[in-house]
Design a protein around this ligand. Structure first.
Ligand code: ZN
Length: 477
């Protein structure tokens, strides 16, 4: 993996090294290290913050500007530098290089210049007729430059490879750091699911609460658990979020956590799971919602913005195939959707939701079919037999909730036949007890595999969130 991230451009390298002449704390080096997350009153050391803040804009706006450091880059290489790669690389370099190491590698670099590419070698190679070039004009070849550039960063690379796969976005040691590639997605049944089963009056009251506000869904806690332990769960959420809010603003005013109440109150059969967090600064809200997953040993939760995101990508789950090859299932789905009758039905659905002309309607249908994605689930039936299931994902070309609902309903009831591998039909989806995602059951939850995960484990319900909640010793359901 690191091979991909190693910059091949000398400009990239010189920028990488130039950006961080000192060793700032990892917390101030994350891509989120903008002023809104780290307002001035939080800072204890101006030097730590001012360098990245003043340099980052130059880094993003002119990635090809010539280097101004005397170290190896003296020749131009036409390969454009890749800001995305730089970003990744920078995080490794920053967190693994100490000032002493920088000094050491600089020294090694100059030693190499003397030993391997010393001017006297050039002189020896000159023909008798040619006037000897002054030693200072010796220009290293591209290959030499590349070797030196890689050696300059060798320590950083070795160090980065010896570490676990986290990207040092940890800002608070109490919480699991965001893994490389981000936390797994949590797939919901619909965009407003966080408000499901919530009492209407409570929902109206939440609407009237001023922004900044956001929603929280606690891992490993069902709606019934929430109803039974409302107050203590709210306190746990509050304590956890206060740590983050205090980090953003020292002595931040107390935040508020409002618990859900079920529609129908005592007679309710379905229970809401979302808590409202408010009386919080915009900076803290943004930090929490952007990282999304906060896992400490006391409580693990997902933070969601107080709005309706685009329609979920998980459409349905197919069972009935006798293959575990996702490509075969992908082809079956695309073939069925592209079949004339079904394609016309999809066209009709899109034509009702505001696409201005037929051309855009057809384009929307094509986009939908092109966006199909299949994920194999290693589903086991009683007795341990493996019977694969397949989650079918697609990106909706429209945010129109009525169109999307109708369309998913239509695609879900279709049959998905293959020539040799059986016929897929939709299977019921149940939420994961840990993360609430509909894309897997508890045993397949990807969250417990996250490095430094503090939250609930795959097969043990008596950990983490349940630890301080009364009535949770009854074990799994
Ligand atoms: Zn899960």
């Amino acid at each position: 993996m690191m091979e991909d991230k190693e910059p091949t451009s000398l400009k990239a390298i010189s920028q990488t090294t130039r950006l961080y002449p000192s060793t700032p704390r990892p917390s101030s080096q994350t891509p989120r290290a903008g002023p809104r997350y780290f307002p001035q009153n939080v800072l204890t050391n101006d030097d730590d913050m001012e360098q990245p803040l003043s340099i980052l804009p130059e880094y993003s706006s002119s990635p090809t500007s010539p280097p101004d450091t005397p170290t190896p880059a003296r020749c131009e290489i036409s390969e454009p530098s890749q800001p995305a790669d730089l970003l990744v690389f920078r995080e490794f370099a920053v967190t693994t290089t100490t000032p002493q190491e920088i000094t050491a590698t600089d020294a090694k670099d100059s030693n190499l210049n003397k030993s391997m590419h010393a001017p006297r070698n050039v002189m020896v190679d000159q023909t008798m007729d040619a006037p000897p070039s002054p030693p200072t004009t010796r220009v290293q070849t591209v290959e030499e430059e590349t070797i030196l550039a890689h050696l300059t960063l060798a320590d950083a690379n070795r160090s980065a490879l010896s570490q676990n796969g986290i990207n040092h976005r940890t800002i608070l040691p109490q919480f699991t750091p965001t893994p490389i590639g981000g936390f797994p997605k949590v797939h919901m049944a619909h965009s407003a699911q966080i408000f499901d089963h919530l009492d209407n009056k409570v929902l109206l009251a939440w609407f009237q609460v001023e922004h900044p506000k956001f929603m929280v869904r606690v891992f490993d806690l069902s709606g019934k658990d929430v109803a039974e332990n409302t107050a203590i769960t709210a306190e746990c959420i509050k304590a956890s979020i206060s740590i983050i809010a205090d980090f953003v603003h020292q002595e931040a005013p107390p935040i508020c956590v409002s618990p859900p109440q079920p529609q129908g109150r005592r007679g309710a059969k379905e229970f809401p799971v979302g808590f409202l967090v408010h009386k919080i600064s915009e900076e803290a809200r943004n930090l929490i919602v952007n990282q999304r997953i906060w896992s400490s040993t006391n409580i693990t939760f997902e933070a969601l913005p107080f709005n309706c995101p685009s329609p979920p990508e998980l459409l349905f789950c197919l069972s009935g195939f006798t293959t575990s090859d996702a490509n075969i299932v992908h082809k079956a789905v695309v073939d069925v959707w592209a079949h004339d009758d079904n394609r016309h039905h999809i066209d009709d659905a899109f034509s009702m939701c505001g696409f201005p002309d037929d051309k855009l309607v057809y384009q929307a249908t094509r986009d939908l079919i092109h966006s199909v994605r299949v994920e194999t689930l290693d589903f086991k039936v009683t007795g341990g037999l493996s019977v694969p299931r397949f989650n079918i994902f697609a990106t909706s070309p429209t945010n129109d909730v009525k169109t999307w609902t109708e369309l998913r309903g239509f695609l879900r009831i279709l049959e998905y036949p293959t020539g040799l591998d059986g016929c897929g039909i939709a299977a019921a989806l149940f939420p994961c007890q840990i993360c609430h995602s509909l894309a897997h059951l508890r045993g397949l939850c990807p969250f417990p595999l996250t490095p430094q995960w503090n939250g609930p484990k795959l097969n043990n319900r008596s950990t983490a969130n349940s630890a301080q909640l009364p009535g949770r010793s009854r074990g799994g359901r």
